[in-house]
Design a protein around this ligand. Structure first.
Ligand code: ADP
Ligand code: MG
Length: 313
């Protein structure tokens, strides 16, 4: 696995050295829990979902606990279109009417979540699908009147997620697969941005590493080049200058929240990069964009946010 993947210093870690480096990473992460958020675009591709599930199965088999949160935007778009329902996005969030909420809940919890769970179980790991409404896991209030049924998470009840994580099969725990639908004080359903659901769950569980799988190589600069490493100040500057927009703007806001609430590393990487998750977790090479509260430096970064901003002014 690591043998063919170049290390951060550009050299190939081959043979025994590569195996030892990988084993070191396995030792470091075994017994810890990582949260992986899978974006909607990747979920459209059945073969890609199968490949990702195989990787999740491998990661799980070396003792890394996984909490999976998924989106489902494109599937929701398809269902709304079939029903002749139109929609709009404000700041990367879908304005949600009660009629749309029914379609969103049905699609996320009924189709997207079920398929993910079936595919994971077929890959040899135990996975149990829930939505944030199960056991009131994601308790919500209305985020903003103009966004309709979009929920802001006010409380994460972690007991059911923990019960799933601790349910063992041959000594290996189970992966909770969570659809980003929440519940309010009158039992009403809320559409939660999946990135927000992910970071709020990570915060509540004390998870230190969050990985966002998306449809870009990571966060891109103004010339569409990948930014390899960002700290909180640089992330804020990307928002202020409008370099991140739409879905990535919403994501970056959640990344900042995560970093300020106990998460050490947030990675944003392309779901289509073959074995990107394994590369990120178990090799020297960072893929995509890594975000930390304060930069550690050290990563070979062809473009940092600072350079991007300096180039703009
Ligand atoms: P996900 O399903 O992973 O949440 P989104 O569609 O919500 O994905 O957000 C990712 C999208 O954000 C990209 O496809 C891209 O169109 C957009 N985007 C805007 N600004 C940037 C940026 N600076 N870097 C990367 N993506 C960006
Ligand atoms: Mg998104």
């Amino acid at each position: 696995m690591a043998a063919s993947i170049p290390a951060a210093n550009g050299a190939n870690r081959t043979g025994t050295k590569g195996v030892i480096a990988t084993l070191d990473y396995v030792k470091k992460f075994a017994g810890t829990t990582v949260l992986i958020k899978l974006g909607g675009a990747a979920l459209q591709d059945e073969k890609l979902v199968e490949e990702l599930c195989d990787d999740l199965s491998l990661i799980r088999s070396v003792g890394v606990n996984i909490v999976l949160v998924h989106g489902g935007g494109p599937s929701i778009n398809q269902e709304l279109t079939l029903r002749g329902i139109t929609w709009e996005f404000v700041d990367g969030q879908r304005v949600t009417t009660p009629e749309m909420m029914n379609v969103i809940e049905m699609t996320l919890c009924g189709f997207v979540n079920r398929r993910m769970v079936r595919t994971l179980n077929n890959s040899g790991v135990r996975a149990v699908g829930i939505s944030g409404t199960d056991a009131s896991t994601l308790f919500c209030k209305k985020q903003n009147a103009k966004l309709g049924q979009v929920g802001e998470v006010t409380k994460v009840n972690t007991s059911y997620i923990n019960a799933i994580l601790n349910t063992q099969d041959n000594g290996i725990g189970t992966i909770p697969v969570i659809a980003p639908v929440g519940v309010g004080k009158n039992g009403e359903a809320y559409n939660i941005n999946a990135d927000w659901a992910a970071v709020r769950i990570a915060e509540a569980l004390g998870i230190k590493k969050v990985l966002f799988l998306t449809d870009q190589e990571g966060i891109l600069d103004a010339s569409m080049k990948l930014i390899q490493e960002l700290d909180a100040g640089e992330l804020e500057a990307l928002i202020e200058t409008g370099i991140v927009k739409g879905g990535m703007l919403a994501k970056v806001r959640t990344v900042l929240h995560a970093l300020r609430h106990g998460v050490n590393d947030v990675h944003i990487l392309n779901a289509r990069r073959p074995h990107g998750l394994i590369e990120e977790l178990f090799t020297d090479r960072g893929v995509g964009t890594v975000c930390r509260l304060r930069s550690r430096g050290g990563l070979a970064s062809p473009t940092t946010a600072k350079e991007t901003l300096n180039a703009q002014v």
